[in-house]
Design a protein. Structure first.
Length: 201
């Protein structure tokens, strides 16, 4: 079996996040979906993992994988968890769907020593071209929804997120950017589809 970072059968953002997390860490994944990322962390990094998910079908998939998952809405807060309960809290591709993302990040930073955030870049070059040449809200592989059926409530770029972190005195310990197939180092706010940040406060 190839190393996880080169295993193309696994989503690239999952590979990058797994690479960022230290072995045997305590991990809470907020909006964990079907639990694929948690399963990777358990298998490849021997992490102690817990997930929170609101979709019941996804929870059943997590249970089928033998994962520990709570049925909850992460917008309602993390009051049941003590300060710094986890080594890492993950918010991957869920921030843009939240009613109060600022509260969610600050709560994640309270219960986690570090927070790994993965966000879609709504200002990458393909999206900009669609707006400029077609005059329409962009629809791409990473942002496949029409304006009337999108679950996304927030539309921001990698640059916007970095400005948000600075305004809230949040330290960015590490950042990675990816497109559909590889990591992006040159002008990521223009060419990356997804940004992945490790935060600390």
């Amino acid at each position: 079996m190839p190393p996880i970072l080169t295993d193309s059968r696994i989503r690239l953002d999952y590979r990058v996040i797994t690479d960022l997390i230290k072995p045997q860490s305590r991990v809470l994944d907020l909006g964990c979906g079907d639990g694929e990322l948690l399963a990777l962390l358990i298998k490849n990094k021997s992490c102690k993992c817990t997930g929170i998910e609101i979709d019941e079908k996804a929870i059943y998939e997590c249970i089928a994988k033998g994962l520990t998952v709570s049925h909850s809405d992460i917008d309602s807060g993390l009051n049941e968890y003590a300060d710094k309960r986890f080594d890492y809290v993950i918010l991957n591709e869920s921030l843009q769907q939240m009613i109060n993302p600022q509260k969610a990040i600050l709560e994640a930073l309270r219960v986690g020593k570090k927070v790994v955030v993965g966000i879609p870049n709504f200002c990458h070059i393909q999206a900009r071209f669609q707006i400029f040449f077609h005059g329409r809200v962009p629809v791409t592989k990473e942002l496949p929804y029409e304006w009337y059926d999108t679950p996304n409530l927030r539309f921001f770029s990698l640059k916007d997120f970095k400005i948000f972190c600075k305004a809230n005195s949040i330290k960015i310990c590490e950042e990675r950017a990816i497109d559909a197939t590889k990591e992006v180092s040159f002008l990521p706010n223009l060419f990356a589809h997804i940004g992945i940040f490790v935060l600390e406060k």
